[in-house]
Ligand binder design. Structure first.
Ligand SMILES: [Zn+2]
Ligand SMILES: [Zn+2]
Length: 289
């Protein structure tokens, strides 16, 4: 972004912020469904013994999980070695069966908590990197929530067939299109979104949130739809921001550098708090990413 771009007046930059807000609203709208259905997934896969760690259940070496350097031991299996547990092996097998691409993200999950925390099962359906320390659906990001719905075939029962037709990973699959919106917004080079793209984002996200099988009558999904339509008709979010308004639009580490570039020219104090949180304080407006 050019140093003289004014984020308060530039239309396409405002559109980008609106797109970020839209993704977050959509995530909020999907959260209840995911929380509820992960309980059902937990029942479906069966009860683990509660004693086995994921390292115990994964043979060494396993591709994409084990980290072995020449001459050194595998760092994944450093503290725990593989062992046999029929109970947990069965649960692990069932988690794999429910994975659309049969490739659960084992490095994300804590198998010793499978019986007590459905989220640890949900984490098997997340992308491979960046989620091991995320402790709930609510704490997860848009990409994480959509990935669970996409990768775990149990969610087929909660959405209409049209949502998954053609099936993933076909780019024409409506749910794949939703995930792609997240990527497009996240990976923008200039934090700008055209009016036409923004309209497409809102329409696609709203269509998902109005899916007739479950979401149409789900209260959080309905609230998200209402907020989305308010958002599209609002002028500029920054003009409407109330005092001490905190907005959690995004918490991707990759955005820290983008934000620094975006806001640094404006000479507002930029506070870096940890890896995943950037707080910009400008008078009474606070934005937490
Ligand atoms: Zn076990
Ligand atoms: Zn290993």
């Amino acid at each position: 972004m050019a140093a003289d771009t004014n984020i308060f007046t530039d239309k396409q930059t405002n559109n980008w912020f609106k797109a970020c807000i839209a993704l977050n609203l959509t995530k909020d709208g999907l959260t209840d469904l995911v929380v509820t259905e992960l309980l059902n997934v937990q029942t479906k896969v069966g009860r683990s013994c509660g004693q086995c760690f994921i390292q115990n259940l994964i043979p060494c070496p396993t591709q994409d999980v084990c980290k072995k350097r020449k001459g050194n031991n595998c760092s994944f299996h450093n503290s725990q070695q593989p062992k046999s547990c029929q109970t947990c092996d069965k649960v692990k097998q069932n988690i794999t069966l429910l994975h659309r691409f049969k490739g659960p993200s084992w490095a994300n999950t804590k198998a010793e908590l499978w019986a007590s925390d459905p989220w640890e099962i949900g984490k098997c359906y997340l992308p491979r990197d960046g989620y091991s320390s995320v402790s709930s659906v609510q704490e997860s990001d848009f990409n994480g929530v959509v990935s669970i719905v996409l990768n775990c075939t149990h969610f087929q029962t909660c959405l209409s067939a049209a949502c998954l037709s053609p099936p993933p990973p076909d780019k024409q699959c409506p749910l794949e299109k939703v995930r792609q919106i997240g990527r497009d917004v996240r990976h923008t080079a200039d934090c700008k979104v055209t009016d036409a793209d923004l309209q497409y984002f809102f329409l696609t996200l709203t269509t998902l949130l109005a899916d007739p099988v479950r979401l149409l009558h789900d209260t959080p999904a309905t609230e998200a739809r209402v907020k989305l339509s308010d958002e599209i008709t609002s002028k500029s979010w920054i003009e409407l921001a109330p005092i001490n308004w905190t907005y959690r639009a995004y918490h991707y580490c990759s955005h820290i550098s983008t934000l620094s570039r975006t806001f640094a020219p404006l000479k507002y104090p930029l506070f870096l708090a940890g890896d995943t949180e950037v707080t910009l304080l400008k008078g009474d407006i606070e934005i937490a990413f």
